[in-house]
Design a protein around this ligand. Structure first.
Ligand code: MCA
Ligand code: AMP
Length: 502
């Protein structure tokens, strides 16, 4: 019986008798070793009571065991639910309450903070630390290193990834085996990944970019991965000469460019540099080419859709554009209910086998964004140039992208507005030299209250992952509004534009 993702991505490991993961310290895991690890974790999940269709929520450091936990979840026919390691217990409480997972896997060092949250939401806790310590591996130790995967249909769910909502509550994007696999197949082909490639993997594996774009593509193409716990500049520079491909967010590229060690010699054997998750400045694209001779390939995706467009592998990789729709993906630019003529600006909509199956238990939210005929409304503003290259020119949604992580202002505004001395607030993204955009709060004090901006930020900090916390704030008498009474965030962005630029 078939299990589409297991069969395509993980079953082949059993016969790849070669290193498939190289770690930062130079140690390796061969295909059969990783395959056996997946089998033992699958056995452990089953022993802990997980059934096909159950959610398994995971908030752990990146490691081979964490990657194997993803594979093992797929193997038992359950649904993988990865969570940013920066999330606080208050944030985790929401995800567990909404997704009602059977199991919650967390770092043993955070067990004291999270056990109560998990118990309140009815999830059983297992632990996994960065070095493989914790109860999961203890349970796995007693399991066989062979495993028969649970049968799954292509439309069955393989993962739920949460993406923030404009109302401030995150929505779980339901992704099927067919969604994920079809996208990986297209990308392997388009970007020419083969068994000769070595992917320098420095992204987190709790979001689409590192988990599905990077890991799925490498596994499907049987490429080796240099699997790093995160983006450490010195380590990446040291290991670049051993790699053929890198996938990163724009911050990776600006940090690399800021280091004089980046040059043609260091990147001579590289085949491909890919950027996505946030806009890559045309200037970064040009500087990178001048310094290394490589033209970065920029692509565009979303949690709900995986990848939608890509610059060409062969042909002109145009700075400031995200290229063409992927094979099998339809794309249109819409304004006021109709498709705009080529060259016009409107909201990007996409349709194809990559488009998700809706938001977990939120049919109204699904109906707002996913049309009955399959078109998904991205909320990004785009424009097609005469040659058909897509340019992202803005966002119809109120969203900040900082270092590749999405922050929805509404979530932070709700917390700030609830403070006793705050009358109202507006949170905006301002140009930031390292993260592209930095989070900034504009506050209005309640009548008669004396409001200290730093104290206000400190008060909301415990409920927000560090990357969501505003890095600056001001108190103003009033927020600028248009004639409809809507806060003019564009005016705030202009007024404070240089706040983070030294
Ligand atoms: C860390 N910090 C951040 C961020 N990351 N603050 C704002 N934005 C961030 N992205 C905080 C740290 O907690 C720390 O706080 C301070 O900033 C400095 O941290 P630093 O050591 O410089 O950060 P880092 O650990 O080096 O991380 C930066 C990073 C990382 C490498 C850019 O954020 C990262 O790996 N980003 C990739 C995100 C990603 O994978 N996105 C894909 C989403 P303190 O001040 O307390 O010290 S998927 C997606 O978007 C779609 C589908 C797509 O198209 O791909
Ligand atoms: P996520 O919530 O992680 O799914 O983020 C998806 C959003 O990231 C998209 O809707 C875009 O706004 C943004 N994004 C992804 N890739 C790019 C890119 N290459 N250029 C500009 N924005 C991007």
């Amino acid at each position: 019986m078939a299990n589409p993702m297991y069969d395509a991505l993980f079953a082949p490991l059993s016969t790849r008798d070669e290193p498939v993961l190289t770690l930062a310290d130079g140690s390796v895991l061969t295909g059969p070793q990783l395959h056996a690890l997946i089998a033992r974790l699958a056995g452990a999940f089953r022993a802990a009571g997980a059934q096909p269709g159950d959610r398994i929520a995971v908030q752990v450091a990146k490691s081979p065991e964490a990657l194997a936990a993803y594979a093992a979840t797929v193997a038992i026919g359950a649904i993988f639910l990865p969570l940013n390691t920066a999330y606080t217990p208050a944030e985790i409480d929401y995800f567990l309450g909404n997704a009602t997972p059977r199991l919650f896997l967390c770092d043993p060092a955070r067990l004291a903070d999270l056990a109560e949250v998990a118990a309140a939401q009815g999830a059983e806790v297992l632990t996994l630390g960065p070095a493989g310590q914790g109860s999961l591996m203890q349970l796995a130790g007693a399991q066989p290193d062979q495993f028969t995967p649970a049968p799954r249909e292509p439309h069955d769910l393989a993962a739920i990834l949460y993406t923030s909502g404009t109302t401030g509550r995150s929505k779980g994007a339901m992704l099927s085996h067919a969604n994920l696999l079809s996208n990986a197949e297209v990308l392997v082909d388009l970007w020419r990944f083969t068994a000769k490639d070595v992917l320098l993997h420095a992204l987190p594996i709790f979001h689409t970019h590192g988990l599905f774009v990077a890991s799925n593509v490498a596994l499907l193409a049987r490429s080796r991965m240099i699997f790093l716990p995160g983006f450490d500049l010195d380590t990446v520079l040291r290991l670049l000469p051993q790699a053929t491909a890198l996938m990163g967010v724009p911050t990776f590229y600006t940090r690399l460019l800021a280091d004089p060690r980046l040059d043609r010699r260091l990147t001579a054997q590289m085949r491909l540099f890919i950027s996505g998750s946030a806009p890559l400045l045309a200037e970064t694209h040009r500087e990178f080419e001048q310094r290394t001779g490589h033209r970065i390939l920029e692509r565009y995706g979303m949690t709900e859709t995986n990848m939608n467009t890509s610059n060409p592998y062969e042909g002109d990789r145009r700075a400031g554009t995200v290229g063409f729709p992927l094979p099998g993906v339809e794309l249109r630019i819409m304004a006021e209910g109709t498709e705009v003529p080529k060259g016009g600006v409107g909201v990007i909509e996409v349709r194809g086998p990559n488009v998700f199956r809706g938001y977990w238990q939120m049919p109204e939210k699904t109906a707002e964004d996913l049309r009955p005929d399959g078109w998904f409304i991205t909320g990004d503003l785009g424009q097609l140039d005469p040659d058909g290259y897509l340019q992202i020119v803005g966002r119809a949604k109120d969203l900040i992208i900082t270092g590749g992580y999405n922050v929805y202002p509404k979530e932070i505004e709700l917390l700030l507005d609830a403070l006793p001395d705050v009358e109202e607030s507006a949170v905006v993204g301002l140009p930031h030299p390292d993260f592209g955009e930095g989070v900034f709060a504009v506050l209005v004090a309640r009548k008669g209250a004396s409001l200290d901006p730093a104290a206000a930020l400190a008060a909301v900090a415990p409920r927000l992952a560090r990357f969501k916390q505003p890095r600056g704030a001001v108190v103003v008498p009033d927020l600028p509004r248009n004639t409809m009474g809507k806060v003019q965030k564009n005016v705030l962005r202009q007024t404070y534009a240089n706040r983070f630029m030294a």
